[in-house]
Design a protein around this ligand. Structure first.
Ligand code: SF4
Length: 308
C-alpha cells in the first residue's frame, strides 16, 4: 500500500500526470472567486518530505512522461530546483514537468533564477492571468497588475519556459465585459504565451465573490454575454504559435438538456476564423432559440453541479 501527499487541485490537462505536492496551499490566498485553499494556511514542505513523496509516486507512476508540481505557487520555495532535480532523477522518462506559478512570483524570481529552475527540469508554468483588465484584477483581489502579469509571463518565456495563461471568462461581470476581453487579449499579445486556456467563472458558495454578488457589487454575466466576451477576446488576439483551449466543462452552454457549445480549440493565428465561426454560429442558434439557455453557473445555483 502506497501513501503519499498528493495535491487536491491540478490543471485539467494534467489530469493524467503524476502529481507531486511541494507545498500546501496558496501564499496569496485572497482572490475573491477562489475557494481552493481558503481553509489552509500556506505551508512549504521540506525538500526531504517532498523527496519521499517523489520516491513513492515514482513506484506508482512507473515510466510517467508528465509530472505536475503543486500546490498553487511552489516556485516560491527556496529549494524548488532540488525538488525538480529529484523528480528528474526518479522519473527519467519525464518529458514535461510543470507547475502553477503566480506571475508576481515569476517576476520576482527573475530570468537567471528561472533559468536555473528550468535547467533543473521544469518545462512549463501555468499562470492564472484571469484578466488583463486592471480594474477587474483589483476587484478580484488578484494581487497583480496587468503590467506585472506581463512582466511575469515575459520573464518565464525569456528563461525558456513554456507559458500557459488561464483566462477567467466572466471575471469582469456585466460592467466590464468589453474591457476584460480587450485587455486580456492585450496582455496575451504582449507575452505571446504558448497556451491560452479558457475557464468560465462560476460564483461558488462560500466564496468572497458570492458576498460581492449578493451585495450587488458583482453582476454575473449571462451565457450569451460570456460567449460575446470570448468572441471579443479572440478577435483582439494577435499571438503566434499559441494553442487556445477551452478545456473545462464550465465553458459549456446548454440549450435545455443539450450541450450546444463546448468551447473553442485551435492554434493561433491560423484557426482564429474557425473559432470565431463556431462562436457566431452558436450565438445565432441562441438568438432564435425558444428553449432555456443554461451555463455552469445556472446549473450550479440549481444544485445540478456539485463539484467544479
Ligand atoms: S486563484 Fe490562485 S493565487 Fe488566487 S487565491 Fe486561488 S490559488 Fe491563490
Amino acid at each position: 500500500m502506497f501513501n503519499y501527499d498528493f495535491p487536491p487541485y491540478r490543471p485539467p490537462n494534467e489530469a493524467s500526470s503524476a502529481l507531486i505536492r511541494a507545498s500546501r496551499g496558496c501564499p496569496w490566498n485572497r482572490c475573491l472567486f477562489c475557494t481552493m485553499y481558503k481553509t489552509l494556511k500556506f505551508q512549504p514542505k521540506s525538500v526531504e518530505e517532498t523527496k519521499k513523496d517523489i520516491d513513492t509516486a515514482a513506484k506508482i507512476y512507473k515510466g510517467m512522461k508528465t509530472i505536475f508540481i503543486a500546490d498553487s505557487d511552489s516556485l516560491v520555495l527556496k529549494d524548488i530546483d532540488k525538488v525538480i532535480s529529484h523528480i528528474k532523477l526518479r522519473f527519467p522518462d519525464a518529458e514535461r514537468i510543470t507547475s502553477y506559478a503566480r506571475a508576481k512570483t515569476l517576476m520576482k524570481l527573475g530570468v537567471d533564477r528561472l533559468k536555473k529552475i528550468k535547467k533543473a527540469g521544469l518545462t512549463r508554468v501555468h499562470i492564472g492571468l484571469e484578466s488583463g483588465d486592471k480594474k477587474t484584477l483589483e476587484f478580484m483581489q488578484k494581487g497583480a497588475t496587468p503590467e506585472e502579469m506581463i512582466a511575469g509571463g515575459k520573464v518565464a518565456k525569456e528563461a525558456g519556459l513554456e507559458v500557459s495563461f488561464y483566462i477567467l471568462i466572466g471575471a469582469g461581470g456585466k460592467n466590464r465585459i468589453k474591457e476584460h476581453a480587450v485587455e486580456s487579449a492585450r496582455v496575451c499579445n504582449e507575452v505571446n504565451p504558448d497556451f491560452i486556456r479558457l475557464r468560465t467563472l462560476v460564483v461558488q458558495r462560500g466564496s468572497l465573490l458570492e458576498e460581492k454578488m449578493k451585495s450587488g457589487q458583482y453582476k454575473p454575466t449571462s451565457p450569451v454575454e460570456k460567449l460575446e466576451e470570448v468572441k471579443t477576446f479572440i478577435e483582439n488576439l494577435d499571438v503566434k504559435k499559441c494553442e487556445l483551449a477551452s478545456d473545462h466543462f464550465t465553458n459549456n452552454i446548454w440549450l435545455d438538456n443539450a450541450v450546444v457549445y463546448r468551447g473553442v480549440y485551435g492554434i493561433l493565428p491560423q484557426d482564429k476564423q474557425d473559432m470565431l465561426d463556431i462562436i457566431n454560429q452558436t450565438l445565432k442558434l441562441l438568438s432564435v432559440a425558444e428553449g432555456e439557455i443554461l451555463d455552469a453557473t445556472i446549473l450550479y445555483e440549481r444544485g445540478m453541479i456539485h463539484s467544479l
